[in-house]
Design a protein around this ligand. Structure first.
Ligand SMILES: [Fe+2]
Ligand SMILES: [Fe+2]
Length: 383
């Protein structure tokens, strides 16, 4: 005989204070192939239940001490799954109903009907197994969902890493071509993010601003090197060419759908608050917030960087220039945000560098020069 045939159909606990009933029920169920044990009261039943795994409990409702309904309550605190069948006397219908509402699987009336007893126990055991199988299935399903979610997350992270590597490669391609923009994109991105975080923009907006900072001058890839790296003054045609770079950037980045919002910021990073910027000459809040932020950070970096025709301005000189141009070139609120954000980060101290010589500054590269107090502020610094 195979081992499978010897396996009990289920483990059943019969709780009744009358030993004769326990014995009869146990004998019947044992004959049916169940492993059956008896308990003379609720306390003994709870003790057995705490030590073993039963599919089904058959319990008398009326017992000395804790009755069957209270026993059911206690069993439910221990396990949701074990099937409990109440054995009731004819006048116990109220108690039987209460037990059903508390989660009893079914009830059997005394005197017990043999066929009903075995059928009900069989169904109760099957239900308990089904509940357990469902729970296991649910557990495996949740585990699989978690694994798939992690795989998707990892795949997304990998895609994002590749995306950012491509962006970095683009920015490096520009820096290889334009010697004066080395590190510029990274610094503009960082300063722009500082302003964005100071303004408590959302992480999504901060990320777009960071990407825009990184890519803002990418259009210069489309401009001849002899113009980009020209040490002297640009003529009008060359200046026109340089001013094309925000539009060229838009064309370069357009195929990357994920950058749709970033492209808007990049296109408008040379707009001016008073409408005298390029390429569209839009004013005030018509200029995307990200582009206005970038404009401030871009100007600051250009002013504090050394150019062939002048030394770098100091931090305080550059901030003076920005403050003087607030309301005309820049959004005043954003200039203030930038100054406060740098102060908060302890970044108002001077950077090493020689103050610009007035005669060097007079030799402006581009055609537009705006005087900002003692420090001339030129449009070409922001190209
Ligand atoms: Fe720039
Ligand atoms: Fe630019």
């Amino acid at each position: 005989m195979s081992e499978e045939l010897n396996e009990p159909k289920g483990r059943v606990l019969v709780v009744d204070d009358e030993s004769s009933i326990r014995e009869i029920v146990c004998r019947i169920l044992t004959d049916e192939g169940y492993l059956c044990e008896g308990a003379g009261d609720a306390d003994e039943a709870l003790s057995r239940l705490s030590q073993g795994d039963y599919e089904c409990v058959l319990t008398d409702i009326h017992m000395p001490g804790m009755d069957g309904v209270d026993l059911l309550r206690q069993i439910r605190l221990m396990s949701e799954d074990v099937a409990v069948i109440m054995i009731t006397g004819a006048p116990d219908m109220d108690n039987a109903l209460e037990a059903m509402r508390l989660g009893a699987y079914d009830h059997l009336s005394k005197p017990l009907n043999l066929a009903q007893l075995t059928l009900t126990v069989q169904r109760a055991v099957e239900k308990k197994r089904l509940v357990e199988e469902n729970r296991e299935y649910q557990r495996i399903l949740e585990q699989k969902v978690q694994e798939r979610t992690k795989q998707l997350y990892d795949a997304n992270q990998e895609l994002r890493r590749l995306f950012l590597s491509s962006i970095k490669a683009l920015a490096q391609a520009l820096e290889a071509k334009d010697e004066y923009t080395q590190g510029h994109s990274t610094r503009v991105a960082e300063e722009s993010v500082r302003i964005a975080r100071y303004l408590k923009l959302s992480e999504h907006e901060v990320e777009n601003i960071w990407l825009a900072g990184f890519l803002h001058d990418i259009g210069k890839i489309g401009i001849r090197e002899n113009v980009l790296n020209k040490p002297g003054k640009l003529d009008a045609a060359e200046w026109d060419l340089v001013q094309q770079h925000p539009v060229l950037a838009e064309k370069i980045l357009e195929p990357i759908e994920e950058l749709a919002e970033v492209i808007k910021i990049v296109r408008h990073h040379h707009e001016r608050f008073d409408g005298s910027g390029y390429p569209d000459g839009v004013t005030g809040s018509e200029i995307p917030l990200g582009a206005r932020i970038l404009g401030v950070a871009d100007a600051f970096d250009a002013l504090t960087s050394r150019r062939p025709y002048r030394e770098a301005l100091t931090v305080s000189e550059a901030l003076d220039v920005l403050e003087d141009a607030a309301g005309t070139q820049f959004d005043t609120v954003l200039v203030r945000a930038f100054v406060s954000a740098r102060a908060e980060a302890g970044g108002l101290e001077e950077t090493p560098g020689t103050p610009p010589e007035p005669d060097v500054l007079q030799d402006a590269k581009g055609p537009g020069t705006v005087s900002a107090g003692a420090v001339p502020f030129r449009l070409d610094d922001l190209s």
